[in-house]
Design a protein around this ligand. Structure first.
Ligand SMILES: Cc1cc2nc3c(=O)[nH]c(=O)nc-3n(C[C@H](O)[C@H](O)[C@H](O)COP(=O)(O)OP(=O)(O)OC[C@H]3O[C@@H](n4cnc5c(N)ncnc54)[C@H](O)[C@@H]3O)c2cc1C
Length: 343
């Protein structure tokens, strides 16, 4: 039987540690329980109003700004299995509730390549395709073959190939057309047995040098990524946060040239004919790095991360984030888009 609670605090279920209530919370442990969910009175009462539905994993990319009156489905579907293998690659299917870093450990401990730069990203496998998680020069879209999901409105199974997922920078079809409509139940990945280290990103090579590793194994790389991350990012178990609050803005060449003329020191990663500017730099220049207002603030070591110092409400964090957006816009003419999902 599906595990169900009424009027329950979501504080333990979001990494910001915001205390809001959910009217209905379901713990989905297997796709077999989907029918039970559909038949539940609370689900039927939504009568197709999908804005009252939230499918979530570990809540590490969500900011709750008030009590949630609808139905929360916490995805806890586990299991990892190898479904195909040859001399060069392996195909694995992971249940969407598997903790992402457990999947990374599963792969790197077997010497499989492709996922190592994504070590220690919080959250579940099912959320990885939603915002196409990325870090240290890699993203989930590089290794995802298929996403298997259940469409709750149409009551049908969907198998989306990588090319159907509309992957972009922290973006996919699950944030757009399929938003609040599907439960992603498993994700299929192709990993490689032949290594291709990607080390040219924010301190990984330096971390390996410190350990005198010149020909790193896949485990060395994931350990180096984990260690760089632990030195820079706040641990949500100690200080509430949801990682980067905003995306890095992408601007045209002419806009970038204008900014370069006005702001010495501005940097960007070139992407084709566009430029991705580090949002952290913009926020720091606008004077917000390490600043604090009541129970919330911008993290001292990484201004892109907004934190809950204790009892912040989602509204406090949201209004603080809006002040940052306003001042970055006033200074640079750039609109910072949120990466975190506000509910
Ligand atoms: C300290 C810290 C560091 C982080 N670093 C990174 C980073 O380097 N790179 C990065 O990309 N992200 C990063 N994040 C953000 C976060 O870890 C990812 O977005 C992660 O994928 C969220 O997983 P989750 O299970 O917590 O999803 P949730 O926060 O629970 O949900 C996120 C979104 O996905 C949807 N969703 C979740 N599961 C499903 C499902 N099964 N079916 C359908 N929809 C679903 C939800 O509705 C919601 O819209 C970081 C967060 C923290 C706290």
């Amino acid at each position: 039987m599906i595990d169900y609670c009424r009027n329950i605090s979501l504080r333990p279920y979001n990494t910001f540690g915001v205390d809001v209530m959910a009217a209905h919370l379901f713990h989905l442990k297997s796709p077999d329980q989907l029918q039970e969910l559909l038949d539940f009175p609370a689900f039927k009462e939504m009568s197709g109003n999908m804005s009252q539905l939230l499918v979530m994993g570990q809540g590490s990319n969500i900011l709750f700004t008030g009590d949630f009156q609808g139905v929360v489905v916490r995805n806890e579907i586990t299991g990892i299995r190898v479904i195909d293998e040859d001399e060069t690659s392996v195909v694995i299917e992971a249940g969407s509730g598997v903790i992402w870093n457990d999947l990374v450990d599963f792969a790197v401990s077997r010497g499989w390549w492709g996922i190592e730069n994504l070590a220690l990203i919080p959250g579940t496998v099912g959320a990885a395709p939603v915002q196409n998680i990325g870090a240290y020069g890699a993203e989930a879209a590089d290794i995802i073959l298929q996403v298997r999901a259940f469409h709750l409105q149409n009551r049908e199974w969907l198998v989306l190939e990588n090319s159907d997922c509309g992957f972009g920078y922290r973006d996919s079809i699950f944030k757009r057309e399929l938003r609040n409509k599907t439960v992603i139940c498993s994700v299929v990945f192709r990993l490689s047995k032949k290594g291709r280290p990607r080390l040219d990103y924010s301190g990984i090579r330096e971390e390996l040098d410190k350990k005198h590793v010149s020909e790193p194994s896949v485990m060395d790389i994931s350990a180096a990524v984990a260690s760089v991350r632990m030195s820079k990012l706040p641990d949500p178990a100690i200080i509430g946060n949801a990682g980067s609050f905003f995306k890095n803005p992408v601007v045209s060449e002419s806009d970038y040239r204008r900014l370069q003329g006005a702001f010495a020191g501005i940097k960007a990663h070139r992407q084709g004919d566009q430029y991705k500017i580090p949002a952290a730099w913009l926020i720091e220049q606008a004077g917000w790095k390490g600043s604090r207002e009541g129970n919330t603030g911008s993290y001292e070591k990484q201004p892109l991360i907004l934190v809950n110092y204790g009892n912040a409400t989602g509204q406090e964090i949201l209004s603080f984030s809006e002040k940052i957006q306003e001042s970055v816009f006033t200074m640079f003419g750039i609109i910072l888009e949120r990466e975190v999902n506000v509910r």
